[in-house]
Design a protein around this ligand. Structure first.
Ligand SMILES: [Zn+2]
Length: 389
């Protein structure tokens, strides 16, 4: 890979022909069409977040003659250029020239570009930009791109994957899942967390369809000219969750619905009962992990530990054990009430404290409290039997 340091580009030249695409949230071209500002492997524009703080800082630097730092352009075989690093800074300048935001001076006064004095406008337009142009093989350039991007705003995993596996598939996938104007985002946001522009919805979609093997999936589909499988799978999962659960709760956002779909979509459910159970568990003080409710119910209430039920305190269990054991010894029966009722050899067995577990007399899901009146000690065998019902 070869690099050339260029010191004679000005803002005026680089931003010549700049267009801001509101729909896609990106800056398009510079150098009068010769420079592609946001090639597909670049992240979306994020400097406008947080009330434009970052883009205002870029304009402040230009007006004060501070350096903007190095920009990196990739020179393509046909002589055209694309921005490898510096897209956020260039887009900030372009948006300012297009009146997309105002610069705020130290007196808190707002200045749009055309309100500045001619002298200050020229200070911006004549500012020189330091550019490294590089020529090389795609792989070299992408490896280098990974390195330079570890400075400044670090790329997240998905942004790096988009860079490494750039191509028609990533282009289409971003248009669907990284586009904050997509009208489905609102609905999707009920079932996932993250920032659309930082590719985090795309990451969820890829994670579901690939069963967790995102890079492998992206590599295999890199040159596909469609995203049919990705889109269909994603929508199928979303439709399934929406159809299963009538109400939307915030805990639903941190569940891997792709995994839930794989495990449970072919099972029959009484949906009315299912949703009644969800409602009941949500209002249950003893269920500490509300997120676990969905898997617990879909899985047929087998695994209580998903709910992190609030437990009896140690002194409560100890006192109950002493009480039960004393009565049992007097009567000559087992201190486990279920053993006593049974016909096994354990009918008269006195269990040690550490051989028993605390059980709710009235089930936790039916308003059972965790005070001593609702506590009974059972042998481990009988307690586990009860737990599985
Ligand atoms: Zn027992």
């Amino acid at each position: 890979m070869q690099t050339f340091l260029k010191t004679d580009y000005t803002v005026r030249q680089v931003l010549e022909g700049f267009e801001w695409n509101e729909a896609e949230g990106k800056g398009l071209f510079g150098l009068n069409g010769k420079l592609t500002i946001q090639p597909e492997y670049q992240r979306n524009y994020i400097y406008s977040e947080n009330k434009s703080e970052k883009e205002k800082a870029v304009i402040n630097s230009l007006l004060n003659g501070y350096p903007l730092g190095l920009l990196y352009f990739n020179r393509l075989p046909d002589g055209r250029l694309e921005v490898l690093d510096g897209q956020q800074r260039i887009t900030s300048i372009g948006r300012y020239l297009k009146r997309k935001f105002a610069y705020v001076d130290t007196d808190k006064k707002e200045w749009y570009f055309d309100a500045l004095s001619e002298e200050r406008r020229n200070r911006i337009l004549d500012a020189q930009l330091l550019v490294y142009e590089c020529v090389g093989e795609e792989d070299d350039i992408k490896a280098w791109f990974k390195t330079i991007n570890t400075n400044g705003e670090p790329l997240n995993d998905q942004e790096i994957n988009n860079a490494i596996f750039s191509g028609p598939f990533v282009t289409l996938a971003k248009a669907e899942f990284s586009n904050s104007n997509n009208s489905n985002i609102q609905k999707w946001s009920h079932y996932m967390t993250g920032n659309v522009k930082r590719q985090e919805y795309l990451k969820v979609a890829l994670n579901w369809v690939s069963k967790g093997n995102i890079s492998h999936y992206m590599m295999e589909h890199r040159f596909d000219d469609n995203i049919n499988e990705l889109k269909t799978y994603f929508n199928t999962v979303i439709d399934w969750v929406t159809d299963m659960f009538y109400s939307v709760e915030k805990e639903m956002r941190s569940i891997n619905w792709g995994q839930m779909y794989e495990r449970f979509h072919s099972m029959p459910y009484d949906k009315k009962q299912l949703n009644e159970d969800v409602r009941q568990l949500y209002s249950d003080f003893y269920v500490k992990d509300k997120r676990g409710i969905y898997e617990y119910l879909l899985d047929g209430k087998k695994n209580r530990s998903l709910l992190e039920i609030r437990l009896f305190e140690e002194p409560t269990k100890r006192a109950k054990y002493e009480e039960q054991t004393k009565i049992a010894k007097d009567k000559g029966v087992s201190n486990c009430p279920d053993c006593e009722k049974g016909h096994e050899a354990t009918q008269t067995r006195i269990w040690k404290y550490n051989e028993m577990e605390a059980d709710h007399v009235t089930a936790w899901s039916k308003d059972g409290s965790t005070d001593i009146k609702n506590c009974q000690m059972l042998c481990i065998h009988h307690n586990r039997l009860k737990g599985n019902k």
